[in-house]
Design a protein around this ligand. Structure first.
Ligand code: NAD
Ligand code: UGA
Length: 463
């Protein structure tokens, strides 16, 4: 039996470790966190995150070979392998503020591991970290005078929220980076053995530490770059009567380009894309590569442009004023099938419309609590409403901001009849049947396609 510890019971620790526990019944896995409420929730029937399929796996493994605890020191002492999946947000202060990763939680954890260890251990970087972080970690951990030895591995996580269970059960690849020393390679092999319990060996890639650390940042940068690229083209489509869905399909059918991550949208959100690209930008600057930094920075700039463009288009299309108009925002989560609202474009659009003094009603099936928390500075100016029919009642406009399948199943005739006319739908996810909605009477504004509208021009008040 191996004693496995995971420090950090957030989205990553909380969704990967139960699956590992389910495939490795002979190992004992403990997940710890400083957040007592979070640990209590993991021990209850109401898990702290919404992730389809996870409840079942936690129920099957909890109390058998999976345990949640706040006793970090004790479990560090007992562990053979420690995964660290604490948060690594963008630094908000000092050198590198707004770009570099804030490694204070990571470093604190490393020191805590050192202070509480009485045996040698493998420490696995599960959090997303700047390339060469392991070097600093090795220095801290191996600075003990007690003869203990720590092998640092990089094993970045590639799961996406909403599909975390599927991604962990059946990953495209597992990446493990380690030192090219005898002890480093032994540590790599030990981790390979654990994953090999359910992942085919040819999908387990082993590399040097720096390639592994860097590949995680690069994977997110490439994914986000595709979205910014297609979103950039969506703006051109709106000017030229080309249709972004047709363009996506036409280019994505080329196997060299591939069809994934070409869905034009109101913008990408989530806790990682922006943070990881900015981190990459910071690293490039740090290593004296300003041209490379600028290239990647543009991916984030394009995303901010897309969010701002969407909100601005709403204002222009609604006769250049939305002050006092009730607008229903469908979706708060940064994508469907999660309650996560971190960096959600829905909240960016919400803030932009509030700045125009709109009367905002926000609806979402799972993410309203997180949205209320994120918008706590504006909470008195937003109505939070779980029922989309109530949210859109007497509204001037609806904006689809999260691609919940629920929104494709609503009775839009009923919604149309309850709205102020002319009624508008701005579809930030190209989710709905635009022609059908237009025939019902709506003025429909998709992304990257000409609008379906009876109004003369988008800004005829100023024409
Ligand atoms: P999260 O904020 O949901 O969870 C992090 C947890 O770590 C929190 O519960 C926090 O209380 C805990 N923590 C912080 N310091 C601690 C300490 N000293 N001791 C014990 N616990 C501590 O973050 P997350 O979304 O799980 O992301 C974690 C890391 O994984 C980040 O580096 C992120 O970039 C990366 N990542 C996230 C995702 C994702 O989908 N969310 C996917 C891949 C990689
Ligand atoms: C992303 C990556 O997909 C994961 O591989 C990675 O592990 C994770 O970040 C991370 O490091 O945190 P996630 O942010 O959970 O996962 O979700 P994605 O499915 O990547 O979507 C991110 C954002 O892009 C969402 O707002 C989504 O709506 C948007 N998106 C995605 C588009 O606008 N168009 C697309 O074609 C795809």
């Amino acid at each position: 039996m191996t004693n496995i510890l995971c420090i950090g019971a957030g989205y990553v620790g909380g969704s990967t470790m139960p699956i590992m526990a389910s495939h490795c019944p002979e190992h004992r896995i403990v997940i710890v966190d400083i957040n007592e409420a979070r640990i209590a929730a993991w021990q209850s029937d109401q898990l702290p995150i919404y992730e389809p399929g996870l409840d079942e796996i936690v129920r099957q493994t909890r109390g058998k070979n999976l345990f949640f605890s706040t006793e970090i020191n004790r479990h560090i002492a007992e562990a053979d392998i420690i995964f660290v999946s604490v948060n690594t947000p963008t630094k908000t202060f000092g050198q590198g503020a707004g770009r570099a990763a804030d490694l204070q939680y990571w470093e604190k954890t490393a020191r805590q591991i050192l202070e509480n260890s009485t045996s040698s251990k493998i420490v696995v970087e599960k959090s997303t970290l700047p390339v060469r972080t392991a070097e600093a970690m090795e220095r801290i951990l191996n600075s003990n005078g007690s003869g203990l030895h720590f092998d640092i591995l990089s094993n970045p996580e590639f799961l996406a929220e909403g599909t975390a269970v599927r991604d962990m059960q059946n990953p495209d690849r597992v990446l493990i980076g380690g030192r090219e020393t005898e002890s480093g390679q032994k540590a790599v092999e030990r981790l390979v053995e654990i994953y090999a319990q359910w992942v085919p060996r040819d999908r387990i890639i082993t590399t040097n530490l720096w390639s592994s650390e860097l590949s995680k940042l690069v994977a997110n940068a490439f994914l986000a770059q595709r979205i910014s690229s297609i979103n950039a083209i969506s703006a051109l489509c709106e000017k030229t009567e080309a249709d972004i869905n047709e363009v996506s399909n036409a280019i994505g059918r080329d196997e060299r380009i591939g069809r994934y991550f070409l869905r034009a949208s109101v913008g990408f959100g989530g806790s990682c894309f922006k943070k990881d690209i900015l981190n990459l930008v910071y690293l490039c600057e740090h290593y004296g590569l300003p041209e490379v930094a600028k290239y990647w920075e543009q991916v984030v700039a394009m995303n901010e442009y897309q969010e701002a463009r969407f909100a601005a288009n709403m204002v222009t299309s609604m006769f250049n004023t939305i002050a006092g108009k009730r607008i229903a925002l469908f979706g708060a989560a940064f994508k469907a099938n999660t309650d996560d609202t971190r960096e959600s474009p829905a909240l960016e659009v919400c803030r932009a419309l509030l700045a125009e003094q709109a009367d905002i009603v926000l609806t979402d099936p799972y993410a309203l609590d997180n949205a209320r928390y994120d918008l706590s500075d504006l909470v008195n100016r937003v109505t939070f409403e779980i029922d989309p029919y109530v949210a859109s009642f007497r509204a001037h406009a609806i904006a689809i901001l999260t691609e919940w399948s629920l929104y494709t199943q609503l009775d839009y005739e009923r919604i149309y009849n309850s709205m102020v006319k002319p009624a508008f739908i701005f579809d930030g996810r190209n989710l709905l049947d635009h022609k059908k909605l237009y025939e019902m009477g709506f003025n429909v504004y998709p992304i990257g396609k000409p609008p379906f509208t009876r109004l003369l021009t988008n800004n005829f008040m100023h024409a």
